[in-house]
Design a protein around this ligand. Structure first.
Ligand SMILES: NC(=O)C1=CN([C@@H]2O[C@H](COP(=O)(O)OP(=O)(O)OC[C@H]3O[C@@H](n4cnc5c(N)ncnc54)[C@H](OP(=O)(O)O)[C@@H]3O)[C@@H](O)[C@H]2O)[C@@H](O)CC1
Ligand SMILES: Nc1ncnc2c1ncn2[C@@H]1O[C@H](COP(=O)(O)OP(=O)(O)O)[C@@H](O)[C@H]1O
Ligand SMILES: [K+]
Length: 499
C-alpha cells in the first residue's frame, strides 16, 4: 500500500474508530475538534451545491453522527440557510460532543426549528441532511429511524448523507433493514469499503472525502481504490524498445473449435495495448480461422490438421515454443473443457517455470488439479469471475464483502495475484493487500469482456513487469475505453468496442 495516497484508502468502521481514538488519546486532538473539522468541511461542500437561503431538514440520531449534522446546521445558518432539525431519539440521551454542539447551536439566537420525529411536519424542503447513524450502526435500523428513511427516500431534493448513509453497513455495503438513498455521501477521515461493495455503490451516490487531521501512521486500510492518478504516479516509465522482442513476448494459449472468438478477442486486445510481440499458439485445425482474423499476429500451430483443441500430446511442442524467447504466457480463453485439454493445461501449469496469467477454462483445469503448486520461480495472475472463484477455492461466496475477504486471504496464502472480477473487481496481492474498482463494472458483464481484460492484463504485465500494475492498467484501460465509447456512441457496449 506504500504507493497509494491516503485519500484512496478504504477503511472499515473499526478502522475509522481506531484512527479516531488514537488521534484523540495519543496524538491529542480531541473529539470535539475533530467533529468541528468534519462539520466545517461538509458545510463547505453543501454550500457549494445550493443557493444561500435554501431550507434544509437535518435528521439527527443521538450519537456523534448527529453532532456532525449540528455543526453543519450551525455553520449554514450563519450563511443564510434556513434550518429545521429533527431528532429521532429526542435530545435526552445525546453523546457528549453532540450535546455540546446542540448548546452552541441554541446560543446562536437564529431562527432554527428544533423538533422531535413525532412533531415532524413534512413540508417543502430544499435539501436533506442525514445525520442519523454513521459507523455506530449495530443492527437492522429500528423505528422511528426506519420511518424517517422511508420519508426521505420519497423526496426529490438532494440528500447529503454524513459519513455513511444511515442503514448502510460501512464495512460490507449491505443494507441493514433499510437505508437512506443518498445523492452525496460526505465521508469523514477515510473512505469506507462499504461504499463500493454490495448495495453500497447504488446507495451512496457521489462520495466526497472530507479529510480530518488523523496522522497517517494511524491509517490502516482494508483496501484501496484503484485510480488512474495514483497508478500512473506509482508506475516506472515503460522501457523504450529498440526491437519488437525487447519487451518480451506474450504467448497466448487459447481457443478450441466453437470458441475461437475468445482467442481472437484476447489476441486483439493484447495487440491494441501496444505490445511489440504477440504469439498465438493454436491447435493446427484452427489455424485457418486465425489467419483470416488476426493478420498482424504471429501464429504457431501445434499438432495435426484435424486437431481442433489442445491435447496432452501437444505439451512438449508448446513448452518448446514458450521457451523460445523470453516472455509471459496467457492461458485459458476459449480452451474448452475436454478432458484432454484439462490434462494439457494442467501439465503446462505444472511444468512451465515462468510467468503465467491463468484465465477462463485454464482456471477450471487448475481447480481440478491435485496438489496445485506454482513451479519455483514462476509468478501467477489468476482472473476468476465469481463462479470461478468459488470453484477454485471450494468456498461459498455470499456477497462482495466475502469476495473481498476471500480474494485477500487466498492471494496472500497462495502467493499469487488474484484479479477477482465482479462489481467491484478486486485485486488481491501476495503481500495481502487489496484494491477495488470504484466504478460501474456491470457494463462489462457480457461474454467476451473477460477475454479482452485478460489480454490487456497480459500486455501490461510485460510492459510494467509488475503483476499488480498489470491488473490496474488492464482494468482502467477497459474502463477508459468504455467511457470514451459511451461519449462517442449510443447503444450497448460490446467487447470489441474497448479493444
Ligand atoms: N468521534 C470522532 O472523533 C468523530 C466521529 N465522527 C462521527 O461519529 C460517527 C460515529 O459516531 P457514534 O459512534 O456515536 O455512532 P453513530 O453512528 O452516531 O450512532 C450510534 C448510535 O446509534 C444507535 N443505533 C445503532 N444502531 C441502530 C439502529 N439499527 N437503529 C437505531 N439506532 C441505532 C446507537 O444506540 P444504541 O443501540 O446504543 O442504543 C448509538 O447511540 C461517525 O460516523 C462520524 O459521523 C466524526 O464527527 C468525525 C470525528
Ligand atoms: N475494465 C474492467 N474493469 C472492471 N472489471 C472488468 C473490466 N473488464 C471486465 N471486467 C470484469 O470481468 C467480467 C467479465 O469476465 P468474464 O465473466 O470472465 O467474461 P467472459 O465471458 O469474457 O469470460 C465483467 O463482468 C467484469 O466484472
Ligand atoms: K448518516
Amino acid at each position: 500500500m506504500d504507493l497509494v495516497p491516503h485519500s484512496y484508502y478504504l477503511c472499515s468502521a473499526e478502522q475509522s474508530r481506531f484512527m479516531d481514538e488514537k488521534t484523540i488519546s495519543e496524538f491529542g486532538i480531541d473529539g470535539f475538534t475533530l467533529m468541528e473539522i468534519a462539520g466545517t468541511r461538509a458545510a463547505d461542500f453543501i454550500q457549494s451545491q445550493l443557493p444561500s437561503g435554501s431550507h434544509g431538514v437535518f435528521f439527527c440520531g443521538k450519537g456523534n453522527n448527529a453532532g456532525d449534522a449540528l455543526v453543519i446546521a450551525r455553520l449554514l445558518s450563519q450563511q443564510g440557510f434556513k434550518i429545521t432539525i429533527c431528532f429521532l431519539s429526542g435530545t435526552g440521551d445525546l453523546s457528549p460532543d453532540t450535546l455540546e454542539n446542540l448548546g452552541l447551536l441554541q446560543k446562536l439566537d437564529e431562527d432554527i426549528e428544533l423538533l422531535d420525529w413525532e412533531d415532524f411536519n413534512p413540508s417543502a424542503f430544499d435539501f436533506i441532511v442525514d445525520g442519523m447513524l454513521g459507523t455506530g450502526l449495530n443492527s437492522d435500523v429500528r423505528a422511528p429511524y426506519s420511518d424517517a428513511i422511508s420519508w426521505i427516500n420519497t423526496q426529490e431534493v438532494p440528500v447529503f448523507a454524513l459519513d455513511v448513509p444511515t442503514g448502510l453497513h460501512a464495512d460490507s455495503g449491505l443494507i441493514l433493514g433499510t437505508a437512506v438513498q443518498a445523492d452525496f455521501t460526505l465521508s469523514f477521515g477515510a473512505l469506507k469499503t462499504g461504499f463500493y461493495l454490495n448495495q453500497g455503490f447504488d446507495t451512496s451516490g457521489e462520495v466526497i472525502l472530507c479529510e480530518l487531521s488523523f496522522p497517517n501512521k494511524f491509517k490502516k486500510p482494508t483496501a484501496a481504490l484503484i485510480d488512474r492518478s495514483w497508478v500512473e504516479a506509482a508506475s516506472p516509465s515503460p522501457k523504450r524498445q529498440k526491437h519488437k522482442y525487447d519487451g518480451g513476448v506474450l504467448y497466448i494459449i487459447a481457443g478450441s473449435e466453437g470458441l475461437t472468438g475468445a482467442g481472437i478477442l484476447a489476441a486483439k486486445s493484447v495487440w491494441s495495448a501496444g505490445l511489440g510481440a504477440v504469439v498465438l499458439i493454436t491447435p493446427k485445425g484452427l489455424l485457418e480461422i486465425y489467419e483470416k482474423q488476426l493478420v498482424q499476429i504471429i501464429k504457431k500451430p501445434v499438432g495435426d490438421r484435424d486437431d481442433v483443441y489442445f491435447k496432452e500430446e501437444h505439451v512438449e511442442q508448446v513448452l518448446d515454443i514458450i521457451a523460445e524467447k523470453p516472455g509471459k504466457v496467457l492461458i485459458g480463453p476459449g480452451l474448452g473443457r475436454q478432458q484432454e485439454t484439462i490434462r494439457f493445461t494442467q501439465s503446462i501449469l505444472r511444468n512451465f517455470e515462468g510467468d503465467v496469467l491463468i484465465d477462463a477454462d485454464a482456471l477450471f483445469a487448475l481447480s481440478k488439479m491435485e496438489n496445485r503448486k506454482r513451479p519455483e520461480g514462476s509468478n501467477w495472475i489468476l482472473t476468476p469471475h465469481p463462479g470461478e472463484l468459488k470453484t477454485l477455492f471450494n468456498q461459498e461466496v455470499n456477497d462482495d464483502f466475502d469476495q473481498l475477504n476471500l480474494t485477500k486471504e487466498k492471494a496472500r496464502e497462495e502467493k499469487i495475484t488474484l484479479l477477482s472480477k465482479g462489481m467491484p473487481s478486486i485485486v488481491g496481492t501476495e503481500t495481502g493487500d487489496a484494491y477495488l474498482t470504484g466504478y460501474e463494472t456491470r457494463i462489462f458483464s457480457r461474454a467476451g469482456f473477460g477475454d479482452v481484460l485478460a489480454g490487456k492484463v497480459g500486455a501490461y504485465w510485460l510492459k510494467y513487469s509488475s503483476s499488480e500494475l498489470a491488473c490496474f492498467y488492464g482494468l482502467l484501460d477497459g474502463f477508459q475505453k468504455a467511457q470514451q465509447y459511451f461519449v462517442e456512441n449510443s447503444g450497448s457496449l460490446a467487447p470489441i468496442d474497448i479493444i
